[in-house]
Design a protein around this ligand. Structure first.
Ligand SMILES: Cc1ncc(COP(=O)(O)O)c(C=O)c1O
Length: 375
């Protein structure tokens, strides 16, 4: 039976040869951390995003935690985070010794509007973490950055989904103080595990380097000035990340072509409404569609899987205020739009191993299944 999977890694034989050569060199020289691979990955990532600095870390979560520690310094207080995002975005302030306050979002962008932020602002607020869900940069982002400036707050962008996403020529992660990326295996590009923080602020970048290195300003001297952690990226991971970064433009172009095909085919399908970026290029990390309220998501996913179409995870299935871990840890609130978007969307398969015929197959199965379910 024909089968379309939600995600797929993309390494050519040539990519693998290049990675193995780099890894062989690291293993034979013994330079396994903070060597030439990490330095090159940082320089290449900074050049790609247009940021002055890029600091490699061990994961996207580490990018958020180190980013928050380096930005907030001695500050105490609350960080505003969307209620419809990933666990790590809301956990990071808590792990960094701060507090998290959830905010509701706009269904058109899956991100908070200025009005949502205004409604959540308290005298305790010190910053905003803006997540570019699915790779969509909300058109409100520049206005949100100005709103933060007006209120004396900083803006940290969670760009775990947004490698290659640009709005008005500006890369995700460059609208605020810093941007945090993940290179987990499902992401647009991967280093197996890994993350990166970008910033134009040289002093902030230096604080980030200290925080990722167990709080040591000097790389190999055991002299610790801040409460840091070991969040370094290894040379081996950097070698994998570099091979993927070299192909980012190609990956984004392929994803955009598949996404365009979805968008034109889905225009004919009444049961689903795509959630589309308003900027180009977008990373197209996820192709998000809102389902009509009468469609049972779980039943739809099960029926599609029977027909060879495996949908991946949602972004996200359960709003954060419903996650058991946060029950006692976050201020209570109501997040009706987050509830609605979390409960009603699915993400269609989208990866660089797919062809146009796979998109057509997914749309045909979706049309057939949703028609049967609305009878
Ligand atoms: C929005 C978001 N933020 C943060 C993370 C954390 O990244 P990592 O898994 O690399 O720690 C992820 C993904 O996994 C994510 O999707």
């Amino acid at each position: 039976m024909r089968r379309v999977d939600p995600v797929q890694l993309d390494f050519t034989a040539q990519d693998i040869d290049g990675i193995l050569t780099a890894i062989r060199s690291s293993l034979s020289t013994g330079q396994l951390a903070q060597g030439e691979q990490v330095a090159a990955f940082e320089a290449e990532f900074a050049a790609c995003t247009g940021a002055r600095n890029a600091v490699a870390v061990a994961s996207g979560t580490a990018a958020l935690v180190c980013g928050l520690r380096a930005i907030a310094g001695q500050q105490e207080g609350e960080v505003l985070v969307a209620a419809n995002t990933f666990y790590a975005s809301a956990a990071a302030p808590l792990l960094a010794g701060l507090r998290t306050r959830l905010v509701d979002v706009d269904a058109a962008t899956f991100a908070p509007s200025v009005a949502d932020l205004d409604a959540a602002l308290t005298s305790e607020t010190i910053g905003v973490m803006l997540v570019h869900t699915g790779g969509i940069i909300s058109p409100a982002t520049p206005e949100i950055a100005q709103w933060c400036d007006r209120h004396g707050l900083w803006l940290l962008e969670d760009c775990a989904h947004a490698h290659g996403s640009r709005m008005g020529g500006q890369h995700a992660g460059t609208f605020g103080a810093a941007g945090a990326f993940s290179f987990f295996a499902t992401k647009v590009i991967t280093s197996a595990e890994g993350g990166m923080v970008i910033t134009d602020d040289d002093e902030l970048a230096q604080r980030l380097r200290v925080h990722r290195n167990l709080g040591k300003p000097e790389l190999w001297r055991s002299y610790h000035t801040v409460l840091g952690e070991n969040a370094r990226m290894s040379e081996l991971h950097a070698a994998v990340g570099r091979a993927q970064l070299a192909r980012l433009d190609e990956f984004v172009a392929t994803r955009a072509r598949l996404a365009r095909r979805y968008t034109s085919a889905l225009a004919e399908l009444p049961a689903v409404s795509p959630v589309l970026p308003d900027h180009d290029p977008a990373s197209w990390y996820k192709y998000i569609v809102l389902l009509d309220p009468h469609v049972d998501r779980r039943a739809l996913k099960a029926a599609l899987a029977e027909r060879g179409v495996r949908l991946g995870g949602e972004v996200y299935e359960l709003p954060l205020h419903r996650q058991p871990v946060f029950a006692e840890r976050l201020p209570a609130g109501e997040f009706p739009v987050s509830e609605q978007v979390c409960g009603r969307h699915v993400c269609l398969p989208l990866h660089t191993g797919m062809g146009d015929d796979d998109v057509d197959f997914v749309v045909a199965q979706l049309a057939r299944t949703s028609a049967e379910m609305s009878r």
